[in-house]
Ligand binder design. Structure first.
Ligand code: MG
Length: 163
């Protein structure tokens, strides 16, 4: 018998000069990038946190501290791949992921398919199991002023019922 569990994730990083813009593991041409100890990939971080939440394994900051020099400039696909490994070792598989990028600029549409492929490949799942959407913030707040890019994610995982 399967046990189903859900998890939710949120993340936001500041847009600054002199950084590459990486979202969903894909580099997007833009005049600024996301500030972070790692590559600042808020979409990947939101998905990673949602997976950890679903499995009851805490959060990304506890596993990959932003004070740990090992993760300085790290490719966030490393975090995501590691967390999927933890889930798989506990007998969980990913049923589906739905995520939303919150960004005023640049337009995300041309990069969504590449993000979906990259994330699915890193997680070892069919790309049909992950959906990525993007919205602006209608000019409101820090995201609307293009000072930051945020992301939300929700996941469903399935595993053996242990109860
Ligand atoms: Mg983050």
């Amino acid at each position: 018998m399967n046990e189903f569990r859900t998890g939710i994730g949120y993340d936001i990083h500041r847009l600054v000069d002199g950084r590459r813009l990486i979202l969903g593991g894909v580099e997007i041409p833009f005049d600024r990038g996301l500030l972070g100890h790692s590559d600042g990939d808020s979409l990947s971080h939101a998905i990673t946190d949602a997976l950890l939440g679903a499995a009851g394994l805490g959060d990304i900051g506890a596993l990959f501290a932003d004070t740990d020099p090992r993760w300085a400039g790290a490719d966030s696909m490393i975090f995501l791949g590691h967390v999927v490994g933890l889930l798989n070792a506990r007998g969980y598989r990913i049923v589906n992921i739905d995520a939303t990028i919150l960004a005023e600029r640049p337009k995300m549409r041309p990069y969504i398919d590449a993000m979906q492929s990259k994330l699915a490949g890193t997680m070892g799942i069919d790309p049909a199991r992950i959906n990525i959407k993007a919205k602006t913030n209608e000019g409101l707040d820090a995201i609307g002023r293009s000072e930051a890019i945020g992301a939300q994610a929700i996941v469903l995982i399935a595993g053996e019922d242990r109860h």
